[in-house]
Ligand binder design. Structure first.
Ligand SMILES: Cc1ncc(COP(=O)(O)O)c(C=O)c1O
Length: 474
């Protein structure tokens, strides 16, 4: 694929974009990005402007954003014409890369026919095809599917399903878990209590949080924490009807539970008659290698939630449930379509999702992601050993996290990487974890150049911190 820029320098115009190394000719954020951000600050929600200012102050590094103008494959071009490598996949959406040709073709074809229908009342043919396809794809028995526009919608649908199916409002959720910020998912957001606090009066009082185990937590300890939380819930008169867990904590710091834990949760939820909901909005669709991480753990959920990469860049999500659980909707009291929205099942997004599934299925993606991920993890582990401000490097497939000792050093590293043309994002408790989740089809050579660049940035930061310490000491 070739990039034809209307305004960047002539030398860029003939370069193939998508798998291009970074090309920064104006230190980011350049004047065009900065002017747009100033304009944005006059009209966006003030919370976002304030957060930017806080981050800048906290890291002591320039952290104004770049403004995206175009993106193809692993590359993003900003308003100043700089070319970046997107190691975030746009929050995990562009798993197939930005503007994958098959997704674009499907959207174009669909747009010539139908871009909007009457949702659940008079649905589109393409929505019906997607529901069938997702049900089969999930492997859940007699699966039924509720579509949504974003991840929060899928989680909302899953929580409602559990309540209808069990009649019990209690939900066991995990500390550190992130499921979206609409009011339903916010109730179970264990990522940070700061997200919940201002809205606490509108949140469900039936939620119990339990610690999320790390990959090295002994299984018995992980199990006993859940049992204890369940016991506490019972004592508090909260009747647990659902357990919700991310197959691997993503935004909360890239942490996979220990082997056997998800499988145990399956049997535990069965034993208490609760619905086992696995949030695969980030991990699903091969982000960690297999199509669903929970299935690789042998977990066999009642409900799986998908989003992000499903639409190849268009907003669509899915709550996919086992037939016997989803039956609860049939006998819902009023006989109404209790869970619907104007844009659920939008034909353009459905066509893009079908093209995504086709594309994933046409590739040997599981092996590719596993091998590329192992290579990247090994390289990162090797360089991390040299720096005492790195606490841990972990992950699976192309979902990797580097945990720093504090958020300031993490944010500075992210800022320096951006200046070199690599886009990464912070996550984890207090923003100490740098998340690396590149497009799954990214080339090995781009990843190797990234590792090299990261290594030299870390070395510079290391030298700066040791110089500062020496200066202070003298
Ligand atoms: C695991 C997980 N669940 C749910 C969500 C919420 O999805 P959305 O932001 O599309 O509502 C996210 C978003 O980052 C996520 O990572």
């Amino acid at each position: 694929m070739h990039y034809h820029s209307p305004s960047t320098s002539v030398s860029l115009m003939s370069l193939p974009l998508g798998d291009h190394p970074p090309l920064i000719h104006t230190p980011p954020p350049g004047p065009a990005s900065s002017a747009l951000i100033e304009l944005l600050a006059q009209s966006e929600c003030p919370a976002l402007t304030a957060r930017r200012a806080r981050r800048k102050e906290h890291s002591g590094a320039p952290s104004d954003p770049i403004v995206w103008r175009e993106a193809v494959g692993a590359n993003v071009v900003d308003a100043d014409g700089n070319i970046y490598v997107d190691l975030s996949s746009g929050f995990g959406v562009a798993s197939l890369g930005h503007r994958h040709p098959l997704i674009i073709a499907a959207i174009r074809k669909q747009s010539e026919r139908l871009i909007h229908a009457l949702g659940d009342l008079h649905p589109s043919d393409v929505k019906i095809e997607l529901l069938k396809r997702l049900g089969e794809w999930s492997g859940l028995t007699e699966a039924r599917v509720i579509l949504g526009s974003d991840g929060s919608d899928a989680i909302d649908a899953a929580i409602k399903t559990a309540l209808l199916a069990t009649g019990r409002p209690g939900v066991l959720a995990f500390e550190g878990g992130y499921h979206g910020l609409a009011m339903g998912p916010l109730s179970i957001c264990g990522y940070s209590s700061a997200f919940r606090a201002p809205f606490k009066h509108h949140l469900s009082p039936h939620i119990v949080f339990t610690p999320h185990p790390s990959p090295t937590t002994p299984l018995e300890k992980a199990i006993s924490s859940v049992l204890q939380s369940h016991e506490e819930a019972t004592k508090a008169g909260i009747s647990i009807g659902a357990l919700v867990i991310e197959a691997m904590i993503g935004r909360g710091g890239v942490r996979e539970p220990p082997p056997g834990f998800l499988r145990w949760l399956r049997s535990f939820t069965k034993s208490i008659g609760a619905i086992f909901i696995v949030d695969e909005i980030f991990t699903g669709l091969h982000r960690t290698g297999p199509r669903l991480l929970s299935m690789a753990h042998g977990a066999d959920p009642d409900i799986v939630c998908l989003g992000k990469a499903l639409g190849g860049g268009l907003p669509i999500s899915a709550c996919i449930g086992r037939g016997e659980v989803m039956e609860a909707w049939r006998s819902a009291p009023s006989g109404e379509a209790l869970h619907t929205a104007t844009f659920f099942g939008n034909p353009l997004a459905c066509a893009a999702a079908l093209a995504s599934l086709d594309t994933f299925e046409s590739l040997d993606i599981e092996n590719h992601v596993t091998q590329l991920g192992q290579m990247l993890l090994q390289r990162l582990l090797k360089i991390a050993g040299d720096f005492s401000f790195i606490r841990e490097v972990r992950g699976r497939g192309l979902a990797i996290g580097i945990e720093f000792v504090n958020s300031s050093i993490c944010l500075r590293t992210i800022s320096e990487l951006l200046r070199c043309g690599y886009i990464t994002i912070p996550g984890g408790p207090e923003g100490c974890v740098m998340q690396i989740s590149p497009p799954l089809l990214i080339s090995e050579s781009l990843l190797l150049s990234f590792v090299e660049c990261l290594s030299s940035i870390l070395q510079t930061l290391h030298n700066q911190t040791t110089t500062t310490k020496t200066t202070h000491a003298s």
